[in-house]
Design a protein around this ligand. Sequence first.
Ligand code: 4GY
Length: 432
Amino acid sequence: MTAFTVVTILPEIVEGALGAGVIGRARVAGTLDVATVNPRDFTTDKHRSVDDTPYGGGPGMVMRPGPLLAAIEQASARVPGAHRILLSPAGAPLTQARVRELAALPHLVLVCGRYEGIDDRVVTRAIDEELSLGDFVLTGGELGAAAIVDAVARLMPGVLGEPASADDESFSGALLEYPQYTRPAELDADKVPDVLLGGNHEAIRRWRRGEALRRTARRRPDLLARHRFTAEDDKLARGVPELEVGARVSIALCHYPVTDRTGAIVTTAVTNLDLHDLARSSATYGLDACYIVTPIESQREKCAAIADAWRGEGKEYRLDALARVHAAAAIADAIADLKLRHGADPLVIATTAAADRFPGAVPCTPEKLLHELHGTTAPALILFGTGWGLVDSMIPEVSRVLAPISGRGSWNHLSVRSAVAVILDRLLGLRA
Ligand code: 4GY
């Protein structure tokens, strides 16, 4: 059982947060041990002051090291094996995985700062770990400390009524929870899903898993990108627009209309390397199609010849990639092909290395675009330029423009093959 000692000048906040509900009951029953230690009790001056002005100037006050260090020392001695945590926005973001690890420790000492912060020598001398609840600022660490006690305590045997309900919830499998319902079965016109009323437990389990996948895709695509799909997940994902975004995305490598270095509108030449690499990226991320756009018929024939050259070589995986490649005479032809095959106008997204291109299009990032694609069943076509870039005035179908890919530096001459790979990975790539 983990014991908790909260170091705070405002113990009433901690008591208020941890005095009721299952946590409060567990404390009364003796299955949960939470105590507080107040740094003010370790002051020696007549005003019992715990703060002082900051060296170097600036607004507000800083917590003095003396009383705080003495309080942490006494708190740590209360139960052996103390692990000392400071609650701070500068700490590592708390995760359920870390909560589970903390639940295995014998004693957590939760140190709460107030004012502008605490003397940094307290951190270097008497803190083992800094944790943050998230990227926002509280007036003190107390609510963070109470949150950690709550999250850790609910994993401890005997604190929650039913021990099993602690590990099948959000994040244990990196999926959000499925929606829950209770009586009445009809709230005005709002009905509880039929499957939940039917009593077919296998159907209910499958429906819940599907809902968890769908919700996670919509609300937390970052979590879904880390989720390992089971064979059942793959089956459930089939035909669900939020879970099959890649199959609605196509790219077009445009050899016209693009500019050359003088700004003149030109047609560039198809290259073997671009074609292969874009085909391979398209296959990696499960895209619908990779259009190679050129108005020159002999160049389109060259595309077909490149694809043909790999047939009968025994390299089936290459054919798989090259099967997605379609030569198109114009961007409008690629758009028409998508409309025909998907039954809806594609969302057309331009890419550019220059921030001032496509001024009429809505600026977006791959992450925002993914969110938008979750809300529609329409296909998407991402346009990539060659030469010195796409001619914005000649592609009226473009409604979105992706911000240029950029690192810290100002050098921006990424190859189109790299740009495609980076954008597709940000849009559809799995993490870890
Ligand atoms: N965020 N996560 C947080 C916080 C308040 C100044 C140090 C947070 O955990 N704690 O915002 N804490 C600050 C206020 C002193 C603590």
